[in-house]
Design a protein around this ligand. Structure first.
Ligand code: PCA
Length: 328
């Protein structure tokens, strides 16, 4: 009797273990590093994406979003996903232009300077991106544009010449190149460190969106925003291919469906933020102004030079992308 009871107990214990082991095996956990604060619309969209995946996969895939560069800093996220230290991540594509020029096509001033043009450019860029990321052991889940990029400055800026010698924050190779072309002094600072760089006087101007202007409380340090609407850089959410391939078919489907929804939702949120953030900057005392015709003309010239330089570096692939974009 004693023996039998023992046998029963061990069987029950084994069964419990098997069940617990089964459940643990069925649940996959992913880390998703991102570079922007929790209240940023991209990050909010990512959190919704993770919740959608959780629901559609019946809890089989849990994605933890780590915002604000807390897990990996902006420039490190791509490599982390490639190396599998993170299973997925959100990157600012233009940050990787030095690695491959086509990552940076949406950072060229005035090439695509409205939401419609930006969508058209995104469509032309997508097959190139997918191919490149696949070669690097990754896949593209979705992209979302930032709002249009304008100039924040401490003083009045009426022309390109007014930016001479000004300490200029760059977030990408292109925004550093703009500084060089207008004679400003570029310093690369990612969004997570921007407030501090302004407060300590390391920078006194930069180009970005009203969204980042609000995220970083730029109105506390700089008083002017010139709404140049120069380009709309995109964030891309990418996944490690091996991590994705390890999912079962229905969970893969859940991820892809949630990504399609996130792309649509993110675009709408970007458009809404574009309008709202300029109002909020004004409410916080910022002078939100249209650029003078001279400033606009000077920045357009910068854009022309940069497109030419970009085409030289990007070669036939780059030309094919621009041709696809220009096709009516
Ligand atoms: N905000 C990000 C990139 C583009 C944008 O609007 C930044 O300033 O870092």
């Amino acid at each position: 009797m004693k023996r039998r009871l023992f046998a029963l107990t061990t069987t029950a214990a084994a069964l419990t273990l098997a069940l617990a082991g089964g459940a643990a095996f069925a649940q996959t956990k992913w880390d998703l590093p991102a570079a922007y604060p929790a209240t940023n619309f991209h990050t909010e969209n990512l959190v919704q994406f993770a919740a959608d995946v959780d629901k559609a996969s019946a809890g089989k895939l849990k994605i933890t979003v780590h915002g604000n560069g807390a897990l990996f800093k902006a420039p490190e996220i791509k490599r982390a996903v490639q190396g599998g230290q993170a299973q997925a991540g959100e990157i600012l594509l233009v940050n990787f232009q030095n690695e491959w020029p086509l990552f940076g096509v949406d950072g060229l001033p005035f090439l695509a300077d409205s939401y419609d043009a930006s969508q058209k450019l995104a469509k032309a860029q997508k097959p190139f991106l997918e191919k490149k990321l696949a070669e690097q052991g990754m896949a593209l889940l979705y992209t979302v544009p930032w709002p249009t990029q304008g100039i924040f400055a401490k003083k009045v800026i009426n022309s390109g010449a007014d930016l001479k010698g000004v300490k200029w924050r760059a977030y990408s190779p292109s925004t550093a190149r703009i500084a060089e072309l207008v004679g400003a002094q570029p310093v690369t600072v990612q969004a997570a460190e921007l407030s501090q760089a302004m407060a300590t006087g390391v920078i006194e101007s930069y180009m970005s969106s009203g969204s980042t202007g609000m995220d970083t409380k730029t109105y506390e340090s700089l008083k002017y925003f010139y709404d140049t609407q120069a380009w709309l850089p995109k964030n891309a959410v990418i996944v490690n291919k091996a991590a994705f391939d390890a999912l079962d078919a229905s969970t893969k489907q859940a991820v892809l469906k949630a990504a399609t929804d996130a792309e649509v939702r993110g675009l709408a949120a970007s458009k809404k933020t574009n309008a709202d953030s300029l109002d909020k900057l004004k409410a916080n005392g910022m002078n939100v102004l249209p650029p003078s015709p001279q400033l606009k003309a000077d920045m357009k010239k910068v854009g022309d030079v940069m497109l030419k330089e970009w085409l030289e570096k990007a070669g036939p692939e780059g030309k094919a992308l621009i041709d696809a974009y220009n096709k009516p």
